[in-house]
Each structure stands twice: as structure tokens, then as C-alpha cells.
Design a protein around this ligand. Structure first.
Ligand code: 2M8
Length: 435
């Protein structure tokens, strides 16, 4: 059974791999290379085809900008099945953007550092992998340096994101209160996502107005970080984004240690690390909710909702053991009923929870994967195992979907998978979870 499922996962990944050396998240819906997808995909490939895993990361890093920035989408090929594409984003507006690769001017959670560490953990030939890491690690370090230089205006160790797409959790109800502070024009554009996926499972047109407007503001200032920090109506410190950076800092410290002769970089990473962990614990933890929450930097207020991102600091060992136990209690109380699969992306007890709509409720395999390892970090083995089993069962019953209904009884037997099918990170991380 397990062999069969792993085999099917490999077929999905191989089928989405492109001759240019990267893997699309899902045919039709997402035809380019996405930053954090590419990291999860590399972990899957690492288990059976290390050359493809290396190609994935190598290709992403080739598109890095001169200031260390790594974009959220790299448009390696021409393809008009996705909107907004390269012509809308116009990354060339930024003076330090890549001259060779067209991309967006926003980023995504910084997973690449810990992905290199995972690849090393998985590799049979450690020497070979260490050579690969040696060739690429400075680029990842430069990416972290970019964050600490340009994305932390108040010097809190907490990076801001200026667009909901930078969070990876696109239409989470977390952003709703921010949309209420804005009044963007109506964009008369042809969306493509709703031609691939049922419109009821995707963000609304009005939400897209906000998304496009934020990009237009950034473009008006040629994607200048300081201007964006000053003017973007969306400026948020996200616990998931920051947890990924912290996890990746830790990975770089370990990997530079293995490589040797990098004392200065290790010293710098440790300094960043200390500041960021403190920032997360002091500013983003909400005692009353028993969870980490987002902070709206533009409007200077916490965004008090519990999401799967609220638990992601477990993955980066940010909380101490007592606080980790509080997180688990919150997870079990709000997300963990017997009638549900773990882990909904948004609080099932909140009125904005929608079990079918993208990041407003469904289960996502990449989040489950992180939470599984996060729970294991603290010895919560029973709930970790439930997270793993639920992920496997959802895929086994429904297929390699982008996201899944968390309700065990949703009135539609064997139809819990939504969004794109043959979805790469669901396949890639399943391979890891089955090992
Ligand atoms: C989704 O986001 C893209 C924009 O980046 C979209 O909806 O067009 C998100 O789930 C994001 O986290 C993911 O990286 C991307 C590709 O899988 O799709």
C-alpha cells in the first residue's frame, strides 16, 4: 500500500518537473516556479532523485536579485494560463532585479535554508551534498541578510511582508480587517485561476482587487523596500514567515559549521537568531488566545485570530516547553475534535472559517508536514502521529489535491480534495511522511 502511494507521488512529481530544471506546483493552475513550493518539492525529490532536488534549488537561486532578494514566482517560461503574469509584475522596475529571469517583486516564506539541511539529512552521499551546499549556501545567507537589512524597519528581529501572497496563506481571514482599511479600484482583468478551479474554492474578485492594488503601489515605487515600508497599506509581521526564517537561520548555522571556516557568518546568524526568537516570543504570542498571532504593523495592532500559522513556531523551536504545551492545548481544543482531520488552516470555531475555501479553513499538507515535525520537537508524539496519519489518509482517499476539507463528514463521501490536482508539494511531502 505504502509503496503504491509513494509510487503515485513520484509520478505526480516527475510529471510536473520541467526541462528547464524546476517543478510546477500544478498543471494549468500554477505553471511557473514558486519559491516555497520549490523547497518542499526538493525535499520530496531528495528521497529518490537527488539530481532533480539539486536542480530545483539551483534553478531558483539563479533568479536571485543582486540585493539578495529571492522572488516568489520565477517566470521561466511563457505561459498565459496564469494571471497576474510577468507583464503585470514587471520585476525589471527594480534596479537590482535579475536581468535574466523575469519574476514577481515580492517574496515568500524563506524555506530554502532548512530545505538544504533536509536534503543533507536525507542524502546517502553526504560528501556530494555538502559540495552542493557549499556552492549555494552563500546565496541563501545573502537572502537572509536582505531580510534583516530591508524588512525590519523597527529593528525587532521580525520581518514584515507587504503582500498577502508573501505569506503563502493568500486569502486567510487574517487579512480581512486590513482589506477593510483599503478601498482599491475595481480591476477589469481576466482571472485564470477560476478557469482551472471551482470559483467557490478561490478568493473573490474583490479580494483580487486588493491583491493587484498592493502590487501597483509597490510598482509605483519601483519595488523600493523603504518606500514600501513607508507606504504600503499592507505591512504585517507573520508568525509563519518569521518562523521559517528562524528555522532556516538555525539550518545555516549548522551547515556552515559542517563546511567550516565561516565563523563570521555563524556569529551574525546567531545574533539575528537571538533577536528574532525574542521578537516572536515577546511580540507575537497572544497569552489570552494561547497562540502566536499576526501583527498589523501599518495599523499598529495585533490580528487576533488562530490559524495553522499560529502553531508553526513549534517547527522552529521558538517556544519553550511550557508554551509549546499551551499551543498544543489550543490546537486540540479548537482544531482537534474527533470529527475533524488535523489541521485546519483557520480556526474552526471562528465564524469566518470556511472548510472549502482555500486558506480560510482547508487542511494543507505543507502546514501539516511542518506541524508534524514541530510537535515531535517537543515530544508530543501522539498528536504528531495523528497529524501524519491524517495527512496520509486524506491523500490516500482523495488524491494529491492542493487542499482538503477538514470535516470527516462533509456530506460528500470521498470528495474532500479541492483546488489543483496532482499538486506537487502534497506529493513531495507525502513521500517524506511515508519514510
Ligand atoms: C497559492 O498562491 C498563488 C499566488 O502566489 C495563487 O493563488 O495564484 C498559495 O497557496 C501559495 O502559498 C502557493 O505557493 C502557490 C503555488 O502553489 O499558490
Amino acid at each position: 500500500m505504502i509503496e503504491n502511494l509513494t509510487q503515485r507521488a513520484k509520478e505526480v512529481l516527475n510529471g510536473n518537473f520541467q526541462a528547464e530544471g524546476f517543478t510546477i506546483p500544478s498543471k494549468g493552475l500554477y505553471p511557473f516556479q514558486w519559491k516555497w513550493d520549490s523547497g518542499f518539492i526538493a525535499i520530496g525529490f531528495a528521497h529518490y532523485d537527488m539530481e532533480k532536488a539539486k536542480a530545483e534549488i539551483g534553478t531558483l537561486l539563479k533568479a536571485q536579485w543582486d540585493n539578495g532578494f529571492i522572488p516568489h514566482i520565477v517566470f521561466h517560461t511563457e505561459n498565459d494560463s496564469y494571471f497576474p503574469g510577468a507583464d503585470f509584475h514587471q520585476s525589471n522596475l527594480h534596479p537590482q532585479s535579475s536581468k535574466k529571469y523575469r519574476s514577481t517583486g515580492m517574496t515568500q516564506p524563506p524555506v530554502t535554508g532548512f530545505v538544504l539541511q533536509e536534503m543533507y539529512r536525507i542524502a546517502d552521499d553526504k560528501q556530494d551534498l555538502l559540495r552542493f551546499i557549499e556552492e549555494h549556501i552563500d546565496k541563501v545567507y545573502q537572502n537572509h541578510a536582505y531580510f534583516y537589512t530591508h524588512r525590519d524597519p523597527n529593528n525587532e528581529g521580525l520581518m514584515y511582508i507587504y503582500h498577502n501572497w508573501e505569506s503563502g496563506t493568500d486569502n486567510s481571514p487574517v487579512w480581512d480587517a486590513i482589506w477593510e482599511t483599503m478601498n482599491p479600484p475595481h480591476y477589469d482583468v481576466k482571472r485564470k485561476d477560476t478557469t482551472h478551479v471551482d470559483v467557490s474554492q478561490r478568493p473573490s474578485n474583490r479580494e483580487y482587487d486588493h491583491y493587484l492594488y498592493l502590487i501597483d503601489i509597490a510598482k509605483e515605487h519601483r519595488y523600493d523596500d523603504a518606500k514600501i515600508a513607508e507606504l504600503s497599506p499592507f505591512l504585517v509581521q507573520d508568525p509563519l514567515f518569521n518562523a521559517m526564517l528562524i528555522k532556516s537561520n538555525e539550518a545555516l548555522i549548522e551547515l556552515y559549521g559542517l563546511i567550516g571556516n565561516n565563523t563570521e557568518k555563524i556569529r551574525q546568524l546567531k545574533q539575528w537568531q537571538e533577536k528574532s526568537i525574542r521578537g516572536c516570543n515577546e511580540k507575537l504570542f497572544d497569552e489570552a488566545l494561547g497562540a502566536y498571532v499576526h501583527y498589523d504593523l501599518r495599523n499598529d495592532r495585533p490580528i487576533r485570530h488562530v490559524t495553522s500559522s499560529s502553531f508553526s513556531p513549534l517547527f522552529a523551536k521558538i517556544p519553550d516547553q511550557d508554551r509549546a504545551a499551551i499551543l498544543v492545548k489550543t490546537m486540540l481544543e479548537r482544531f482537534g475534535g474527533d470529527d475533524k482531520y488535523l489541521c485546519a488552516s483557520f480556526d474552526p470555531t471562528d465564524e469566518r472559517f470556511d472548510p472549502r475555501k482555500y486558506w480560510r479553513g482547508p487542511v494543507w499538507i505543507n502546514m501539516n508536514w511542518m506541524l508534524y515535525y514541530g510537535l515531535k520537537n517537543y515530544g508530543f508524539l501522539k498528536i504528531a502521529e495523528r497529524m501524519r496519519k491524517d495527512s496520509i489518509e486524506l491523500i490516500e482517499r482523495d488524491g494529491f489535491y492542493e487542499y482538503f476539507d477538514c470535516r470527516k463528514d462533509n456530506g460528500e463521501p470521498n470528495r474532500r480534495g479541492y483546488g489543483g490536482s496532482n499538486f506537487s508539494w502534497s506529493a513531495a511531502l507525502l513521500i517524506d511522511l511515508l519514510k
